[in-house]
Design a protein around this ligand. Structure first.
Ligand SMILES: *Cc1c(COP(=O)(O)O)cnc(C)c1O
Ligand code: SF4
Length: 339
């Protein structure tokens, strides 16, 4: 058996892998599941599917039937608006290809590196700023892992390794454990951070083994979830996240501000409150990266700032995420200010 087939076999033995394998993979499947028709979308659906549809069933089950404006559906259904080119939206809005210092490593900020630990995701989000990133050239096999770890080992200013992707939790737990052990062997690294949307769409991904990996290392671990809407959270999340939190993993969340999905103070406030009820603190609220194909999700900076002020006025300070945008060439995420 090839190693890819072997990996697949092991993943599919896990509950979350089985759920993932049953994902919906076309607009038509989505419409059928939600009792909708293409004509429910006034401007139609996208024809150019260079970035395919991929949506796990548990996420579909949280959508409302017969509602073409469902905020979860809009994150995953390719609308015709995607095919319109816009001059200020680019293929690599963050200039990441320049910061791609070694295969699978993006080093832009002081003290921390992104390690592109896995190339795929469990869900394809239409607004994704990595939708045009050359993942296939950055897939980390074991040999590339070693060169990525070597890069980190030779730079003693690196104190935090951020597992990113794609989605790093697409790795099966055994491989993740190996990678974490490799990182923990580098003495100047103190912190491990995992950025993932997978457990949001498939809560079963929060396995006991994952908790063991994140707590059974000398590294301080945090998990940053990517929840965009309060309806994405379920009772199973509450149960599994409580376990992680009790085991000592810091749980944070980042949200992308998306027109038609969560560009309302009421939704954002409810999201912060729900996150806290799930043991998670809001970390960042990101203004959309200007990636080609995502222009219909854009919320202007002025609108974003107004929403942020409404959150400040109604929430305790610790439930207000930092409102930021990512700018190519900057040494950190850029906070948005009043205009
Ligand atoms: C966002 C990001 C980080 C992490 O930044 P924090 O402000 O520490 O959350 C690190 N590297 C890259 C390339 C990033 O885009
Ligand atoms: S990287 Fe994140 S936002 Fe992009 S498709 Fe994957 S899960 Fe969605």
């Amino acid at each position: 058996m090839s190693s890819v087939a072997q990996t697949q076999k092991i993943i599919f033995q896990q509950e979350w892998g089985q759920v993932l394998a049953q994902s919906l993979r076309s607009s038509q499947q989505l419409l059928t599941a939600l009792e909708l028709q293409a004509t429910d979308f006034p401007k139609g659906l996208s024809q150019a599917l260079s970035f395919p549809v991929l949506v796990p069933r548990p996420f579909v089950e949280r959508m409302g039937k017969g509602d073409p404006r469902d905020p979860l559906l809009l994150q995953v259904l390719p609308l015709a608006a995607e095919d319109q080119l816009h001059p200020s939206f680019s293929l690599d809005p963050l200039g990441e290809q320049e910061s791609n210092v070694a295969t699978g490593v993006i080093h832009k900020y002081h003290g921390r590196v992104l390690l592109l630990a896995a190339s795929g995701c469990a869900i394809n989000c239409r607004y994704c700023f990595r939708r045009h990133f050359p993942y296939s050239e950055n897939r980390l096999g074991r040999a590339q892992w070693q060169s990525a770890l070597n890069y980190i080992a030779q730079d003693t200013s690196i104190t935090e390794v951020i597992l990113s992707g794609g989605d790093p939790l697409m790795l099966q737990d055994e491989r993740l454990a190996e990678l974490v052990a490799g990182i923990a062997d580098i003495t100047h690294v103190q912190r491990l951070r995992v950025h993932s949307r997978l457990p949001v769409v498939i809560a079963e991904r929060l396995t006991d083994q994952l908790t063991d990996i994140l707590t059974g290392t000398r590294l301080r671990s945090s998990l940053v979830l990517h929840v965009n809407h309060p309806r994405e959270l379920t009772p199973l999340h509450a149960e599994r996240l409580a376990k992680l939190r009790q085991a000592g993993v810091t749980l944070l969340n980042q949200t992308v501000l998306l027109k038609g999905v969560n560009d309302s103070a009421q939704v954002l406030i409810e999201l912060s409150e729900q996150l806290f009820n799930h043991d998670v603190l809001p970390y960042y609220l990101h203004v959309l990266d200007r990636v080609q194909g995502a222009q219909h999700f854009d919320v202007t900076s002025a609108e974003a700032y107004t929403l942020y002020q409404q959150m400040l006025a109604q929430l305790p300070g610790y439930l207000v995420p930092k409102l930021v945008r990512e700018e190519a060439g900057q040494a950190h995420k850029t906070p948005l200010h009043a205009f």
